[in-house]
Ligand binder design. Structure first.
Ligand SMILES: [Zn+2]
Length: 170
């Protein structure tokens, strides 16, 4: 059984975005092309488009504007993975992907859920083996701050408490 991730971010953000439009389910390449068009997404100077994504509980890819909160993209529900995707334009090959979601703090091991969702929707990765940017999230056991572990330095950025080696958002 794949792990499900619940929203663990600030409840004020959840309250602000709930009821707003959720992420679009992408079932095919043409779904993605349609979404890019209607949301007026534009490639940057690198000819790339970054989006917010979640993999919903049913295993479908959902995307939203890059500046959207993951909890809005997921309509507040549990997810199998969450992060950012970067599409090369116009090939729509996925050049970069990360599990960067401070709302859900998914583990790097959630990559297979993303991979399955991408394959199901007929899209493809440039290098399909893992997140190109892996983020390690830990909750501080002392002050409850949400930390991103940098350089395997398992210490809370706010209070210096030691962070556990195991993912701890249960
Ligand atoms: Zn702390």
């Amino acid at each position: 059984m794949a792990q499900l991730y619940s929203y663990v971010g600030p409840s004020a953000i959840r309250k602000r975005v709930l009821g707003k439009e959720e992420g679009s389910r992408i079932r095919s390449r043409s779904d993605l092309e349609h979404w890019l068009k209607i949301t007026l997404q534009e490639a940057d100077s690198q000819k790339q488009i970054w989006v917010t994504f979640v993999v919903d509980q049913e295993g479908h890819l959902r995307v939203a504007d890059r500046h959207s909160e993951h909890v809005q993209c997921a309509a507040g529900k549990v997810v199998l993975s969450a992060g950012e995707l970067c599409f090369d334009y116009p090939s729509l090959e996925i050049a970069e992907c990360s599990n960067q979601s401070t709302g859900y703090c998914p583990e790097p091991t959630s990559f297979p859920a993303l991979k399955t969702a991408i394959e199901k929707s007929g899209l493809a990765f440039a290098s399909p083996s893992c997140f190109t940017h892996e983020v390690i999230f830990r909750r501080c056991p002392s002050c409850r701050a949400n930390n991103i572990v940098k350089d395997t330095w398992f210490e809370c950025a706010l209070c210096d408490a030691e962070l556990p080696k195991q993912w701890n958002y249960h």
